[in-house]
Structures are given as structure tokens and as C-alpha cells.
Ligand binder design. Structure first.
Ligand code: AMP
Length: 377
């Protein structure tokens, strides 16, 4: 019987997971270095410790019936340690190992016969010269591990720029990717359980700004055939990974209707926040169902939706405009309880539920609603 769930990471994903688990009757303990973290504020308890604090990780394992994690940049040794002690962890360390390293991940996708953007492993100048020859410019150099929200990645337009990035990155292994001139960015949220049941949510269309997700539109404005192909690819990747839990596959859609996998997140994802308000079973509840061996729920969409992130702007920590925003009854606001609205920090999001289709008018309405929000001192 599962009663207590441990979550490594107490950010917004850990918080929304805990908010999904509580009505299902579970206790949640989060582990996060920051006291009263967004997740810790709503969980039953928080262990305040670093993610690689083995004694604290062990305590989390001892006190939980199953342990999960809210982001992939955690020390793999922490997860392996729990597994060695016989504690249940989902997704497994094998899944984490592949998905936390961009190079292993891209090779894995390629081995599944699913297209990705052209890529090469970069450790030396000679690697760079070979990649430039084979793949050409422009491209993106990314740290193989540890990057997120556009951090740890640099666009380069010629070899001298690429060399400068390599020098700056020091010893960190890099991956070089050809820059894709995509038509749209898409993602598929899916959940797989230990019996290999897989559910896939409708395809999301995502708009990023400065490498950070700004807006998600559901369903994506793409032909059914492309949506079905994206969902099939996501299901195949989940199956081949053997993941247990909710995950997300991000794609680039090219003008030639090609789908190229950009990355896989082995956890609930920012582009799936809309599932809390627009579907019968959120990506968080679905994750819980998978890791607790409960039946998965058909991901039924109640209404079309637009999700917009509310980012800090560095102009203060007080958010204004929420009462104007909430005057629109189609909007549901989620704030994460973070104290400091540092520029680019994810402070919250809102979901606009639509009666009609996603079109230019509804997108303009969501953007106008977003423009009502501002941060001051
Ligand atoms: P990532 O951290 O890899 O998801 O990258 C963040 C964002 O940067 C993506 O969502 C894209 O908007 C952009 N990006 C990353 N890699 C590429 C690429 N190879 N070609 C074009 N855009 C990219």
C-alpha cells in the first residue's frame, strides 16, 4: 500500500504534483534545499537539504513508499543510491541517465528510428571542425548536462564563434546541433505505467521567448495526421525508455512537415500545466496514478486552452493586475509562492479556457490578459 510519496525537488512542478496527490489521499514529503520551497509550502513535510545530500536522500527513501523527482538535473547517484537500498523510485535511474544528458538522449532517439536535428558530440576543437563540416552553420552549442530554460546554450553562426564558446565552456562536454528553422514547436505529454499502458494528451503548440516557454496552445493548430504522428512517436519513446510516470517529448515541426525530437523530459512539463484546468485528469494526477500502480485515466480535454507563463521581470516582487486578470471568468491563475520575482523566473501561469477554437482572436485575448500583469517593488 502506498501512503507516502517522496519528491526530490520542491519547485513549481513538485508543488503542483503535491496539490494533485493530496485529494487522492496521499502524504507528500519534498526534499529541497530552500526552506518553505513552493512544493514544501503545500506538502505534508519538507526535508531541507541539497539534492546530493545522501543522508537526506536516504531519509526521504525511508519515509516514503515511492520516490519521484520533479526535474532531471539531479545527481543520478542520489537515485541510484535509493534503488540500491531497495527503495522504489519512478522513473528509474536508467531513464534519468538517458534523459539528463542531451547526447545520450539524442542517440537514444536516433536508435529508436525517430528523427532529431543533426547533432555531434563536442569535446575538442577537432570535434568542432568535423561538426562544422558535416552539419554546417548556424547551429546551437549546448552543455550536454545541466542546462534548462535556454541556460547553457549558445547560438553560433561560424567556426570562430563556436571556438569561443568551446573555450568559455571549459571542460564541460557539449553537443552541437544544427539550428532548425521550424514552423512550430510542439510537445506531447504522455504517461506510461509499469504494465506498459500509455496515454497521450493532445499535442501542444509552444511559443518560447529567450529559450523559456512563454505560451502553450492546445490543441496545436496542425493537421490531424501530424498530431497522430507526434503522439505515436511520444508513445514509442516512452515504451522504449521503459519509463513509469508522466513525461514530455518536445518536437520541432519543419515546413516539410517533418517532426524532429528536440528533447524528452522524464517528468510533468511546463507545457502540460493546462491539463490541471482543461482535462479530466491532470498530468500530475496521471503521474501519481502511474507511480502508485493505479489505473491511468483517459486524457479527456474539456475545452481548448491557452496557457501563459508569468515570469519575473526583475522590477520587484509584488504582482499587480491580478484582479483585472481574474475579472475574466475563463482564466484560472496559478501562482507558485516564490518570494523573489527575479528576471525570467517562473513565478506562475494562467490557463485561459476557451469556448471556441484557438484562433488569432483568442490568442490576442490571452496576450492582452497577460499584459495586465506587472511586477513592482
Ligand atoms: P531546449 O533547452 O533544448 O529545449 O531549448 C530551448 C529552446 O531553444 C527550444 O524550445 C527552441 O526554441 C530553441 N532551440 C533549442 N535547440 C534548437 C535547435 N537545434 N534549433 C532551433 N531552435 C532550438
Amino acid at each position: 500500500m502506498i501512503h507516502t510519496i517522496g519528491v526530490i525537488g520542491g519547485g513549481q512542478l513538485g508543488r503542483m504534483f503535491a496539490l494533485g496527490a493530496k485529494p487522492m489521499g496521499y502524504d507528500v514529503i519534498v526534499l529541497d534545499p530552500q526552506e518553505r520551497s513552493p512544493g514544501g509550502q503545500v506538502a505534508d513535510d519538507q526535508i531541507v537539504a541539497a539534492y546530493d545530500d545522501i543522508a537526506a536522500i536516504e531519509e526521504l527513501g525511508r519515509r516514503s513508499d515511492v520516490v519521484t523527482y520533479e526535474f532531471e538535473n539531479i545527481a543520478i547517484d542520489s537515485v541510484r543510491h535509493l534503488e540500491k537500498l531497495g527503495y522504489r523510485v519512478a522513473p528509474s535511474s536508467d531513464v534519468l541517465r538517458v534523459t539528463q544528458n542531451r547526447l545520450l538522449e539524442k542517440r537514444f532517439v536516433r536508435d529508436c528510428a525517430i528523427p532529431t536535428t543533426g547533432f555531434a558530440s563536442i569535446n575538442t576543437e577537432a570535434d568542432l571542425e568535423r561538426a562544422a563540416e558535416e552539419l554546417g552553420f548556424p547551429g546551437v552549442l549546448k552543455t550536454s548536462e545541466g542546462g534548462y530554460d535556454g541556460k547553457g546554450q549558445w547560438r553560433v553562426y561560424d567556426l570562430s564563434e563556436a571556438r569561443a564558446v568551446l573555450a568559455e565552456a571549459g571542460a564541460a562536454p557539449l553537443i552541437y546541433e544544427r539550428l532548425v528553422m521550424f514552423e512550430r514547436e510542439l510537445s506531447v505529454i504522455a504517461t506510461r505505467d509499469a504494465k506498459n499502458e500509455i496515454v497521450t494528451y493532445p499535442v501542444c503548440e509552444n511559443e518560447h521567448r529567450d529559450g523559456i516557454l512563454a505560451m502553450t496552445i492546445v490543441p496545436a493548430r496542425i493537421p490531424d495526421e501530424i498530431a497522430a504522428r507526434a503522439q505515436m512517436m511520444a508513445a514509442k519513446l516512452g515504451d522504449r525508455l521503459g519509463i513509469v510516470g508522466t513525461y514530455c517529448v518536445e518536437f520541432f515541426l519543419t515546413a516539410a512537415s517533418e517532426l524532429l525530437v528536440n528533447e524528452i523530459a522524464p517528468r510533468p512539463h511546463n507545457s502540460g500545466h493546462y491539463t490541471i484546468d482543461a482535462t479530466r485528469c491532470s498530468q500530475y494526477e496521471q503521474h501519481l496514478r502511474a507511480i502508485c500502480a493505479l489505473p491511468l485515466s483517459p486524457p479527456h480535454l474539456f475545452s481548448n486552452a491557452i496557457m501563459m507563463n508569468v515570469l519575473g521581470t526583475g522590477t520587484g516582487d509584488r504582482l499587480h493586475g491580478t484582479s483585472e486578470l481574474l475579472a475574466d471568468p475563463s482564466i484560472v491563475l496559478h501562482l507558485y509562492g516564490k518570494k523573489h520575482a527575479v528576471k525570467g523566473r517562473k513565478m506562475g501561469h494562467f490557463t485561459m479556457l476557451l469556448d471556441g477554437p484557438v484562433d488569432d482572436t483568442s490568442i490576442a485575448r490571452a496576450k492582452a490578459a497577460h499584459a495586465m500583469l506587472r511586477w513592482t517593488k
